[in-house]
Design a protein around this ligand. Structure first.
Ligand code: SF4
Length: 244
């Protein structure tokens, strides 16, 4: 049976206010030493034969925001993996991305390198909600990024959303869902916000500064049914461990 390989890229341009994941703010000198260590660790797994010669059926670059690294850097890591390990035919090779860290040319070279699935952290299509969670990206950036990915050759595109955001209403959540579905992703993942210890959002909430979500927006899984252009919509009551 094939194995899944996960690589964690712990850099982001800024920290979102709900995010408690381990990460470092992107700096070029940090990425250089990280990449050296990552390449060294991949070599070590070959030396130790820790995969026991089993082929890979998925490779997943998550974070953090893997696309803070350049396309060349990401491609060279994938090339090393392809060179040293066996990938099954039609292996799924995923890259997590933040919409404002991609260009069509960069994405094209990533497709050329062998990435065949991309997952964008969209989170919301509402400008005020994005500001409240510390995302500096305007809502239309998601559409631009999806279009660029499609033009570059990505067919398999996942989009992540979060529900239960501060100040979110049923109406704004519905609009976010509709606008995201209009982008025709192959998969849409919807995560419930959790207030994680140590985050700005949790501090604001504790001090009474945060906006509460409309309670009905947190029960919204009943509002989406089959027949949408996205192939699959997944809801989960827990925040996932990586959101780009
Ligand atoms: S949610 Fe994603 S982009 Fe935001 S800080 Fe966390 S890992 Fe980085």
């Amino acid at each position: 049976m094939g194995l899944g390989l996960y690589l964690h890229v712990p850099f982001c341009k800024a920290r979102c206010s709900f995010c408690a994941f381990y990460l470092q703010i992107y700096r070029e000198d940090r990425t250089r030493s990280f990449l050296n260590s990552l390449r060294h660790e991949i070599d070590l797994h070959v030396t130790l034969n820790s995969l026991n010669r089993r082929p890979l059926h998925t490779v997943y670059f998550g974070g953090g925001t893997p696309t803070t690294l350049s396309s060349n850097e990401l491609s060279s890591v994938l090339e090393q993996i392809r060179h040293l390990f066996e990938l099954q035919e039609h292996a799924e090779v995923t890259l997590e991305a933040h919409p404002n860290t991609v260009t069509e040319d960069g994405l094209r070279s990533l497709v050329h390198a062998g990435f065949n699935r991309i997952s964008f952290g969209v989170q919301s299509m509402d400008a005020a909600e994005l500001v409240r969670i510390g995302r500096r990206t305007p809502p239309h950036a998601a559409g631009i990024a999806v279009e660029a990915a499609r033009s570059a050759g990505f067919v398999n595109i996942n989009l992540d959303l979060i529900y239960g955001l501060p100040g979110q209403t049923m109406e704004s959540w519905r609009s976010t869902l509709e606008e995201t579905i209009d982008l025709q992703p192959t998969h849409l993942s919807c995560y419930a916000l959790t207030l994680e210890e140590g985050t700005k959002l949790q501090r604001d909430h504790r001090e009474g500064h945060g906006d509460e979500p409309d309670a009905s927006a947190t029960r919204s899984r009943t509002t989406v049914g089959p027949g949408t252009p996205a192939d699959t919509i997944s809801f989960t009551g827990a925040a996932k461990n990586t959101l780009g």
